[in-house]
Design a protein around this ligand. Structure first.
Ligand code: GUN
Length: 292
């Protein structure tokens, strides 16, 4: 079993990005600039957003954090996005999800200018992904592809089972893995809450991507020997032994599953770190497309 270490793989991506930003800035141009909007104060969202902003600073990107009260109207948020769309010196716009119930995520995402859609959630980005047209790939699936690339994992011809069909992870992941690209060419089974024979399907998988958000859902008896396990879960579970009062659990029961695998991502320290790497690569891409 080899650990797919998000710290190592994301460090490699970030070092390359930092080098590219250094070259840009030393040629007299401005640095790439990401705006992050956080509505309300959901604990997990606060952590993710803080981490995105911090990493921007580490590699030399400019970032602007916009905090809006949980009571902001949908129209108020849309107006904020329109302002950012028009800001010439801004390359990427990210609205952290989930949003409060009174705001339509679909409307918000569709309002972001497609050329600044570094999350890859806009219908145009999603359509491009579907058609295999180069575009912004959602950060988590993109990060997983970067992880596979870093560890030189061959995917061609393999059977990949993706558990979870969210627009953010499962569905785009299934498109990428089945696509005609270097880290695709898999046969993909996309499973969800209505799948009848999940265990049998998982036992046939060479690659399992667990992205359903249920802590320790994947057990050893669902995994064939030598499989590659990608764990996207990051659920906070109450834990009185921790100062924070919670610990982070993945969707895979790591200690029992890991010995059966050829490669496995840990949680934390796996896919989560790669998500930020994917976002930053998208931001540089947006910058390059907008300033060329
Ligand atoms: N919430 C959970 N994951 C994500 C993500 O990748 N982007 C945004 N904007 N919100 C999220």
């Amino acid at each position: 079993m080899q650990l797919l270490d998000g710290k190592i793989a994301s460090k490699a991506v970030k070092e390359k990005l930092q080098q590219q930003v250094n070259e840009i800035v030393s040629s007299g141009k401005r640095a790439p600039h990401l705006a992050v909007i956080l509505v309300g104060n959901n604990g997990a969202s606060e952590t993710y957003v803080a981490s995105k902003v911090k990493t921007c600073g580490e590699i030399g990107f400019k970032s602007t954090m916009i905090r809006l009260d949980v009571t902001v109207s949908e129209e108020g948020l849309l107006q904020e996005i329109i302002k950012l769309n028009q800001d010439e010196a801004l390359d990427g716009i990210l609205v952290q999800l989930p949003l409060p119930k009174h705001i339509s995520e679909q409307k918000v995402i569709a309002t972001i200018a497609p050329e600044k859609d570094v999350d890859g959630f806009h219908p145009i980005s999603a359509g491009n992904l579907m058609l295999g047209i180069p575009s912004f790939i959602p950060a988590t699936p993109y990060g997983i592809m970067l992880m596979l690339e870093h560890y030189n994992i061959e995917t061609k011809g393999k059977h990949a089972v993706v558990i979870g069909r969210s627009n953010i992870v499962g569905r785009p992941m299934s498109v990428l893995l089945s696509g005609n690209n270097q880290y695709g060419n898999c046969t993909v089974t996309l499973c969800h809450s209505h799948t009848h024979n999940l265990k049998e399907l998982c036992l046939e998988a060479d690659i399992i991507v667990a992205a359903l958000g249920k802590p320790e859902f994947v057990h050893a008896d669902m995994v064939k020997d030598g499989a590659i396990l990608i764990d996207v879960g990051i659920t906070r579970v109450a834990d009185a032994t921790k100062k924070s009062g919670y610990s982070i659990k993945g969707d895979v029961a790591f200690s029992e599953v890991a010995p059966k695998t050829s490669f496995i991502t840990p949680v934390p320290g796996g896919v989560g770190l790669m998500t930020i790497a994917g976002l930053l690569k998208n931001t540089l891409k947006a910058y390059e497309l907008r300033t060329k």
